[in-house]
Design a protein around this ligand. Structure first.
Ligand code: PLP
Length: 442
């Protein structure tokens, strides 16, 4: 007797989900209670499941696919590169890798000269931390409690949220509170007060830890997973001043906020602050092939002219990834993708979310820019108690039923569609959220 194995094309959602669940060990999950949603394909701002149900992707797949799904130019570049050379060791020179580095350097502020390629965002932070320690000869890394920097050795220790894991790399990591006016640690009542008090707190931490022991302050330019916390006026410039005063490097993590997400090429462009190292991943090629890296200014790059930098990965600057970086940045330029994100954010998403906040008491605050917005969902506007997890779960299921794939972090709905989203699709998605909130509040 023969048993027929269904082909991918004929599998149901349940079959895909069960096959996945039985053999794939999932990240950040209790394995027993998983029911992973099947995603079979995508195009632009839409994905579909194995049974052909379409969803507007308001998650960008972990805030990643800035250029949208299956961009033809990027797919073609990967295919063309695959015909020529599908792998090359990092020690060789390779034209497409050099071109990718050039395009990335072009986006960085004045004085940035080189790119150290990694496989993603965590190892970018890992290597930036190592570089800062070697450059300064100091040990400690300061980062905020409300941060996510990745899930490898030092990156997850630098992470400040619940995922930080003390481990063998936890040597020399210190956390502090960054600004978050809605839930201020500093009893502040205005953005200016929040900024000034958060800076005072940071400087006190620096002094208490001993400035001579601190290699770097590592910050997400706009903390993403922690709540899309655009820094208040003067905060980043103030951090820069504190870093300069004590000879400390400033590393800005642009893994989530960079490459168009905030409506700027790099989120730091909005703040006029020049960091000492920049880390990136995700939007640089929308994750079509894994890649990330550290953008390095001349003064730090040349420090290693006659010293070995002890770091490297077999797949660093992988040619398929490099080809996709080149095509992504070119396509983003040709199609005005960053301007689109800025415009849709300012003209559609921001005003529309403000209207929703006026209509639905469950919304405590909306904040963001570009295609990077957080909606704080609360039990009560006065007390700001976060909406309970069970209610969030029900809201999320309802959004899926209505054809919108959302992104939630704790009690917040993060509105993070691809940067290429049209005003029409943004409005359609926000109307779905409006309807779901209305049904939810009944
Ligand atoms: N840094 C930030 C700001 C992130 O948001 C993330 C991932 O979400 C990372 C680093 C880690 O990137 P990766 O998952 O590619 O290692």
């Amino acid at each position: 007797m023969t048993t027929s194995t269904p082909t991918a094309a004929t599998l149901t959602n349940a079959e895909v989900s069960n096959a996945d669940r039985s053999r794939v060990f999932h990240s950040w999950s209790a394995q027993g209670s998983l029911a992973p949603m099947a995603i079979a394909g995508g195009s632009g701002t839409t994905v579909w499941d194995a049974e052909g149900n379409h969803y507007l992707d308001f998650s960008s797949q972990l805030v990643n696919v800035n250029i949208g799904h299956q961009h033809p130019k990027v797919v073609a570049a990967i295919q063309a590169q695959a015909e020529v050379l599908t792998t090359v060791a990092p020690a060789h020179a390779n034209a497409v890798r050099a071109e990718a580095a050039q395009l990335i350097v072009d986006i960085a502020p004045e004085g940035f000269e080189k790119v150290f390629f990694t496989n993603g965002g965590a190892d970018a932070n890992e290597n930036a931390i190592r570089m800062a320690r070697l450059f300064t000869g100091r040990d400690k890394i300061l980062s905020t409690y409300r941060s996510y920097h990745g899930n490898t050795g030092a990156a997850v220790v630098a992470t400040g949220d619940w995922r930080r894991i003390p481990n063998e790399y936890s040597r020399g990591h210190v956390h502090f509170f960054g600004p978050y006016l809605y839930r201020s640690e500093f009893w502040a009542t205005s953005p200016e007060e929040e900024s000034a008090r958060a800076l005072h707190h940071l400087e006190r931490v620096v002094q208490a830890e001993g400035p001579d022991s601190i290699a770097a302050i590592l910050l997400e330019t706009v903390p993403g997973t922690a709540g899309i916390l655009t820094p208040p006026p003067g905060y980043l410039a103030g951090v820069r001043e504190i870093a300069d005063r004590y000879g400390i490097l400033l590393i800005l993590d642009e893994v989530m906020a960079g490459f168009g997400r905030t409506g700027e090429w790099l989120a730091l462009d909005a703040f006029g602050v020049r960091p000492d190292l920049i880390t990136f991943a995700k939007g640089v090629n929308s994750g079509y092939v894994p890649i990330g890296g550290v953008i390095i200014p001349g003064e730090i790059a040349h420090h290693f002219d006659d010293r070995v930098f002890p770091g490297g990965l077999t797949y660093s600057g992988h040619p398929l990834a490099a080809a996709s970086v080149v095509a992504t940045i070119e396509a983003m330029r040709e199609e005005g993708v960053v301007d689109n994100a800025k415009r849709v954010g300012a003209e559609v998403i921001g005003p529309h979310l403000a209207r929703l906040a006026g209509r639905h008491d469950v919304i405590g605050e909306v904040r963001g820019s570009g295609v990077f917005w957080a909606v704080e969902l609360v039990e009560d506007r006065e007390t700001r108690v976060p909406l309970a997890a069970a209610s969030i779960g029900a809201f999320k299921s309802d959004l899926l039923t209505r054809g919108l794939l959302p992104f939630f972090a704790d009690n917040r709905l993060h509105v993070v569609p691809p940067c290429v989203i049209t005003a029409e699709d943004a409005t359609r998605g926000l109307d779905i959220i409006d309807d779901a909130l209305a049904a939810f509040s009944v």
